[in-house]
Ligand binder design. Structure first.
Ligand code: CS2
Length: 499
């Protein structure tokens, strides 16, 4: 039986495994991270791990807003975990950056103390799109049940926004700011939107607090990128065999990783620039390109691929008709929406992303990417559609992706399967109300201004999505009848064309 990964068993690891290059016992926390999921542990924690070798008390106190599972899993191993780079040249890293873990439901006082601690200089967040409680206009959604609860119970917030405001209020009372709050989620203008949500919430409770936050706290925008699939049981077994130690929750990711941060801090920070992080005055082009080219095609692959019975990104991109659809979507609709760039070869960037999808070592489930569609589609597809309508470019395949989401919702509802999405109940209720008629459901979904904003009353857009739903229903039925037919399908031709 293998021993457990821990500080005391690190010395048993093969020399090819990288281990913490700083004093684990005596390096304190300088960062609080909210939402320590797989992506944080594969990306920001990786960069911070490497930056810790250059000194400073920059270990991380992780705060889980909902589940205690990570804290329970890692407490047996000194919060160490393996990060496995699964690519043509695999690497194994033991990450020690996370020093402590708390769960809001059980450790609230500990969490607030960490956020108010003068030594805490950075708060980073990966709470996913839904964690910001934003409305379709990018402002705080004051109708959100968590926000409504937190405005009443300001000392026991359940939202990340409410928790941040509580901490900043206490720091203001203590007489110091000296902290930078960094969103690391796939949200356009993520730092600006987080700042808006936090200051709008604070101002509702105390105008002077809202102004103090505006004047003293930096919310830099970022672009984050590394494909990080969820950990499955067979991967854990592989890691145990490879390391010779048991890791209760190892993480895997591709070798490609990128972190671009706006150089706007109201505190000191780790020496991230020494380990590959890009600092710039304007993140917007990096972020827009990545959100649209990678995340836009990821979401398209997820819903179109699932309709055709695919399970992973690799399977989807390996299907000629799907790859042709993705490449045409990029060339004709997404890349042109970004305009010309003198410093960025967008065509090459897009090709590189398709190549990343063809990484046979990565088992990235389409069902995972399909989570939270109502929260992702606005950033990944709708902003591109808006630009293309304005500039009179095609939106055919973008509308096909929206249509595939509508059909996905109907399929899940019809099977009475829950949808991982904050709107699960209302989406499935809407489908039931129209007796699971996909075209009727699509009309209902497109009328949701909380998702589609002004597109919910843009008739040309809605007509095109309905046309694509009708075409996808035919394709889905053909594939269900004869799975082999998909290799003869030319999705692009089938989906193109006026409604
Ligand atoms: C994916 C992202 O699950 C998803 O929605 O599109 O997590 C994607 O893997 C990352 O943004 C890649 O950087």
């Amino acid at each position: 039986m293998n021993k457990q990964l821990s500080i005391s068993t690190l010395s048993s690891l093969d020399s090819s495994v990288s281990t913490p290059q700083y004093d684990l016992e005596n390096t304190e926390c300088g960062i609080v991270h909210i939402g320590p999921g797989a992506f944080h542990r594969a990306h920001q924690a990786f960069y911070t791990e490497k930056a810790l070798a250059f000194g400073g008390d920059w270990r991380i106190h992780g705060v889980s807003m909902r589940s205690a599972s990570l804290k329970e899993a890692l407490q047996a191993q000194d919060n160490l975990y393996a990060l496995c780079i699964v690519d043509n040249e695999p690497e194994n890293h033991i990450i020690g950056a996370i020093k402590s873990l708390s769960t809001l439901a059980h450790d609230r006082d500990e969490i607030v103390a960490a956020l108010v601690n003068r030594q805490t200089k950075i708060v980073t967040l990966t709470v996913t799109e839904k964690g910001y409680c934003l409305n379709a206009q990018g402002h705080l959604d004051t109708d959100h049940p968590d926000i409504q609860a937190d405005l009443v119970n300001q000392d026991t917030p359940v939202s990340a926004v409410g928790l941040l405001v509580q901490a900043l209020k206490l720091r203001k009372q203590a007489g110091y700011a000296d902290i930078t709050i960094i969103s690391c989620d796939n949200v356009s203008d993520n730092g600006k939107k987080l700042q808006k949500a936090v200051t709008e919430f604070a101002t509702k409770t105390d105008t002077s607090l809202g102004q103090w936050i505006t004047d003293n706290i930096a919310f830099p925008c970022t672009m984050v990128d590394s494909i990080t699939p969820a950990t499955e049981d067979n991967f854990k077994a592989d890691v145990a065999q490879s390391l010779g130690l048991v890791d209760n929750w190892p993480i895997q990711r591709e070798s490609f990783t990128q972190w671009v941060i706006e150089d706007n801090f109201s505190s000191d920070r780790p020496q991230w620039e020494k380990v590959g992080v890009t600092f710039t005055n304007d993140v917007s082009f990096f972020e827009k390109a990545k959100l649209r080219i990678l995340n836009g095609t990821h979401t398209t692959l997820a819903y179109v691929g699932l309709l055709l019975g695919k399970e992973t990104v690799f399977e989807g991109i390996s299907t000629p008709s799907i790859k042709h659809l993705i490449e045409t979507l990029l060339a004709d609709e997404i890349v042109p929406s970004l305009g010309d760039s003198t410093s960025f070869d967008l065509t090459q960037y897009a090709q590189d992303i398709v190549t990343r999808y063809e990484n046979k070592h990565i088992r990235h489930l389409l069902s995972q990417i399909a989570w939270d569609g109502s929260q992702k589609i606005p950033f990944r597809l709708l902003d591109t559609i808006r630009d293309n309508i304005k500039d009179k470019r095609s939106i055919d395949l973008l509308c096909a992706a929206v249509a595939a989401w509508c059909l996905f919702v109907n399929n899940k509802a019809k099977l009475n399967e829950s949808i991982v999405d904050p709107l699960d109940q209302s989406l499935r209720s809407a489908a039931a109300l129209v007796n699971f008629n996909p075209l009727e459901l699509t009309k209902k979904l497109l009328s949701l201004d909380t998702i589609f904003a002004e597109l919910s009353v843009t008739e040309s857009f809605k007509a095109k999505v309905l046309d694509k739903v009708a075409k996808l229903i035919v394709i889905q039925d053909q594939v269900r009848h004869d799975p082999q037919v998909q290799n003869q399908l030319n999705l692009f031709d089938l989906l193109q064309g006026a409604e």
